[in-house]
Design a protein. Structure first.
Length: 153
């Protein structure tokens, strides 16, 4: 295989920010703003390379990419804030709670019951947060300040 045989990877900053807004909603701006102060340029790199690059490739629908994200983050473990972000993103694009839960349950024999249980706890917390009305909806999905996330990256 030569480089000419490979599908070019797009890097579309505008498409990346549009997709991030679709997936993560208002939480994205708060999270990225917090990261920008800590590591200038890193949030833009995340959005451009991930949401404007990897996510823009052909071959997988957005729903399929979210299933892969849920599986990868559950298998990785220790990244519950990011997993919760992707649970919310999955709900936002129309996945059901049952589908999200089944993705995580399906992983138990492959990644171990403790990681699957941790994934289910993160999903349950995200479901509960989605059901809890707040007086100030502008910060309802704001990330925890003690654990920076990349808005579902």
């Amino acid at each position: 295989m030569t480089p000419a045989d490979l599908t070019p990877a797009p890097l579309d900053r505008e498409a990346g920010y549009a997709l991030l807004a679709e997936l993560a909603g208002p939480v994205a701006a708060a999270t990225l703003g917090g990261l920008e102060g800590l590591v200038p340029g890193f949030p833009d790199w995340i959005v451009t390379s991930l949401f404007g690059g990897t996510y823009q490739r052909p071959g997988l629908a957005l729903r399929d990419r979210q299933i892969a994200n849920l599986a990868a983050l559950t298998a990785l473990g220790g990244v519950e804030p990011q997993l919760a972000d992707h649970v919310r993103n999955s709900l936002r694009i129309g996945m059901t709670r049952e589908e999200i839960t089944e993705v995580i349950v399906h992983l138990a024999p492959y990644v171990g019951v403790p990681k699957a249980l941790a994934g289910l706890r993160a999903a349950t917390a995200a479901f509960t947060a989605a059901d809890t009305p707040t007086a100030d909806t502008s910060t309802a999905d704001a990330p925890r300040t003690d654990t920076p996330t990349e808005a579902g990256a």
